[in-house]
Design a protein around this ligand. Structure first.
Ligand code: NDP
Length: 457
């Protein structure tokens, strides 16, 4: 008993010392500090118990990006005015492969948000079993309301600098919020022109020019496959369950599609203006309407109630107060706070599979863990997107295209392997699976072993 108490004191003081260092070195970066804290909470006790990692400063090295690029992105809008945005690429870790991670175009983008995303990406990519390091990038550019030509001019200017730093063996960006197939096309076109080479330097490409089947669907499908894996541990399935989804972009759309195909009833979708509630469920036809609305017309989710008047729209609200079995946050970071977590729990929600990155605040995560529900952090449950990007890279290198079924089978297998890794390191003596601990330690071990082998670089 005494020994245990002493051990826990040492762990606590190591954790406090480490977090003080991170806070002092990154004082204005709350999201980055939040992401590091969540990992440190579970990984520091593991390091202290495992001699090969202890004293090697592995976590201290991992929180310092290998390289940060920041650059000016000037472009001219349709009115002839010169606009200046800021571009970023965080090359976080290349321990197990080329830097890999998406680009986000959103007015809230800053160093803190991109460093948190890049840090998460390192662990997520390690979990996929594929050889990919971690990175993230983007710009504070707001694509909303811009014409197609403005988007193209911006993407070309952005790539006019980024092309110097990326390459299919160095750093392979993909999409994220505000960067979909259209933007990847413009970015790829400019890269090809500047480098005079056709390589798999970006993923999420169009099918006729190097893209992979299932890549657009992969993050959303993977999030649902992961939820299924968690339910199976309880002898249950997703069939007949009521599901809340936030967001209505890429991840939300395909999470909705797969959940519905597997017999669940999805009753909500949202955007940054509000959410819609459709008690009868958002079936395939209704989802086709949403896809056209968001991807082609680039309109707001509230239009849903004009097409389907039985549904309701709640301006300025998030969907977490609706009664459900499963919640899949698929919009953005910190979109479920402590109060909303309590509401979900008291309404009977018992599965959370995160499609977005870090959508639950630390207090919400602790509430889910205390209630011992099936809770999967995004770095495990949304890894299907980057995993399929990895499959796109393999197909590009081999110069072949796999069939839809083949990519989907590989995606399912990867999600199942990630689930197994979480169990390996996350199962407690009482049988409860702590997916946060499992994902963090499994990701850490893979990257740490590579770092130890490669020396202090
Ligand atoms: P999209 O741009 O396609 O869609 C984003 C959706 O989230 C939109 O409905 C958007 O609404 C909403 N949203 C964005 N910011 C906010 C905000 N601050 N508050 C409320 N709603 C917001 O992005 P994705 O679907 O690609 O990404 C969604 C999440 O999934 C992100 O966290 C991303 O990092 C994560 N992710 C994405 C992957 C991918 O493959 N695309 C892979 C792994 C994770 P609005 O239109 O009003 O802005």
């Amino acid at each position: 008993m005494e020994l245990e108490a002493k051990e826990s004191e040492i762990t606590k003081s190591e954790f406090v010392k480490f977090m003080d260092l991170v806070k002092n070195r990154n004082p204005h970066e709350p999201e980055f500090i939040q992401a590091v804290e969540e990992v440190a909470e579970t990984v520091i006790p593991f390091i202290l118990k495992n001699k090969i990692y202890n004293g090697k400063q592995i976590l201290t090295r991992m929180v310092e990006p290998e390289r940060i690029l920041m650059f000016r992105v000037p472009w001219i809008n349709d009115a002839g005015k010169i606009i200046v945005n800021r571009g970023y690429r965080i090359e976080m870790s290349s321990a197990i492969g080329p830097y890999k991670g998406g680009l986000r175009f959103h007015p809230t983008v800053n160093l803190s948000i991109l460093k948190f995303l890049a840090f998460e990406q390192v662990f997520k990519n390690a979990l996929t079993t594929l050889p990919m390091g971690g990175g993230k990038g983007g710009s504070d550019f707001n694509p909303k309301g811009k014409s197609d030509v403005e988007i193209m001019r911006f993407c070309q200017s952005f790539m006019g600098e980024l092309f110097r730093h990326i390459g299919h063996n160095t750093d392979v960006p993909a999409g994220d919020i505000g960067v979909g197939g259209r933007e990847i096309g413009y970015l790829f076109g400019m890269y090809k022109k500047l480098r005079n080479e056709f390589t798999g330097v970006l993923t999420g490409k169009g099918l006729s020019w190097g893209g992979s089947l299932i890549r657009p669907e992969a993050t959303g499908y993977g999030t649902v496959y992961f939820a299924q894996g968690m339910l199976e541990t309880k002898g249950d399935t997703i069939k007949g369950k009521t599901v809340l989804i936030s967001g209505s972009g890429n991840v939300a759309q395909y999470a909705c599609e797969k959940a519905t195909q597997l017999g669940a009833k999805v009753v909500t979708l949202s955007d940054s203006s509000g959410y819609i509630y459709d008690e009868e469920g958002i079936d395939a036809d209704k989802l086709a309407f949403v896809m056209d609305l968001k991807n082609n017309k680039r309109d707001r989710i509230k239009e849903y109630i004009h097409k389907y008047p039985k549904a309701k729209y709640f301006e300025g609200e998030r969907p977490w107060g609706v009664v459900c079995d499963i919640a899949m946050p698929c919009a953005t970071q910190n979109e479920i706070d402590q109060e909303e977590a309590s509401l979900l729990l008291s309404n009977g929600c018992f599965v959370i599979s995160e499609g977005a990155n870090m959508p639950s605040t630390p207090e919400a995560v602790h509430a889910f863990q205390a209630a011992k529900i099936l809770y999967a952090p995004g770095k495990a449950s949304n890894a299907g997107g980057v995993a399929t990007s990895g499959l796109e890279m393999s197909q590009n290198s081999l110069r072949i295209n796999w069939a839809r079924e083949e990519v989907d089978q590989r995606l399912k297998k990867i999600m199942s392997d990630i689930h197994d890794s979480c169990i390996k390191y996350g199962k407690r003596d009482d049988g409860y699976i702590d997916y946060v601990r499992g994902a963090n330690i499994a990701g850490f071990v893979k990257v740490a072993d590579a770092m130890l082998a490669q020396g202090v670089v």
